[in-house]
Write a protein that binds this ligand. Sequence first.
Ligand code: ADP
Length: 547
Amino acid sequence: MGGIVQSYVFIALGVMQLVAIGVGLLIVRPARPLFWYIVLAGQGVALLGNITWYLIPLIQQTQPGFPSISDGMFLGSYGFSALGLVILIRSRGGGQDRSDFLDAAIITLGLVAISWVYVILPNVEATGLDLFGRVVSLAYPLSDIVLLALAVRLGVSAGAGTPAHWFVILWIASQLAADAVYAVLVLDNHFAFGSVNFAGWMLQLVFLGSAALHPSMARLASPVTAAPPAAFRPRLVLLCGASLIPLTLIIVDRLDAQTDDTPVLVGFSVALFILVMFRMAGLMGRIVDQRAALQREVAVRETAEARLRAQTADLARSNGELEQFAYVASHDLQEPLRMVGSYVGLLKRRYQGKLDSDAHEFIEYAVDGVTRMQGLINDLLTYSRTGRESQPTEPSDAAVAFDRAVANLQAAIEASGARVSRGTLPRVAVGALQLTQLFQNLVGNAIKFCPNGAPEVQVGAELRGGEWLFHVRDNGIGIEPQYRERIFQIFQRLHKRGEFPGTGIGLAICKKIVEGGGGRIWVESEPGKGSTFFFAFPQERAMRLAA
Ligand code: ADP
């Protein structure tokens, strides 16, 4: 009676599984549904087989015969499953990776060794079956082997496994396990309805149904691109285990004096050994290829680095030459200009009242031009001299440099009524003279560009992110955002000569000094309210100099 209930449950599960596949196909609508159509057909055939083999004899109170029409259906459904798996593996892009294929072969061969000893050989030796019966009974384990190979192949295929992917593997695995238990039970004459193998057969229905209903089934047959990330270790353990199976079986066989399967098992061992060798050869080949690729990459990088070094050296040389040129030109231009200046001055004095007013006006222009040119040349000379002094051998005290700059600016400070203050300032890796010049230019500008009211200039420094960050803050006219880069270029000014005196060299010199000390300089400002000039020096340079 229990058998009948169980058979109803079994058949009902089979029907539900077919419905699940149908519903999955309708709702999830996989892009490549062929696998599911084939599996649906196979499971339909299997359900018919179950009805004829399982339910009808139970109702008629007879034992199923062997082989029967149901066996034909069961074997047919295996064929459908195998075909479905082949299509699935191919559409996922399996079969291209030799190492995946070899891994699958090694694991399958190890498991086949078990099947061979415990299922196939006893079947071959079984008595009481005619030839046809024996062929059919052998067809089961052999089909199982094919399914096993395909399931393992699917399992080791590249790509992260989705739930649907693993449900399909569990489907085959539970079917194979149940078949194996069934075969052993039949051979030992222990089989009865309700044996443990039925649980496996029921589970497989649940697993396939779950695979069909899980949303990831949509992508099940899609090509896999990503290689599994670092999943090599568990695979290695699996391969080791599989390749040791025949040896283990030999030991078990030796302990059991009744059988002698050693020759067959030795054959399995040898076959596995050869497969493992192929696998190792593949790995070695890959390592050699990767090493060669790495070496090529290193060579390319070294060439690029060498080129970069050469370019840097070229740049440094042409920069040096340019500075040299600016220095020589400005230095040598001074002399002829001085001559022009003094003769124009002589002209002006000697011919006072002897020339007409136009001539005097022209002479005025000439004197003015010469004076301006002298100013520019002097600035250029100062600029090209900046950084020429030898590298500092010890860090300079910014507080001392600042105080000196303020002393130099005393006249301007008194004339404008400026208030100049500072916080504690550190020691930095820049020459003392240059540091004084830097503060002098920035504080001088802060005073100069504050025409209305008394200038307030505040200077300070703080350690931030490994840098000494200085600021020079004023309450002057400020700078429009679009000019904040340009003002650091040589001779770039934002005002006419009449408005504010100057040539536009001060900030260019500041930039040169700061960058020479490995630092950077920039300005932040609110036009009309004031500007803050920032410059930052790496702290580590100063520490290295101090050490
Ligand atoms: P110069 O002072 O001789 O004009 P700089 O190179 O020192 O040359 O400055 C370039 C320009 O940057 C100045 O002409 C001015 O327009 C602007 N500038 C510099 N410092 C300030 C400041 N503190 N406030 C407002 N504008 C400034």
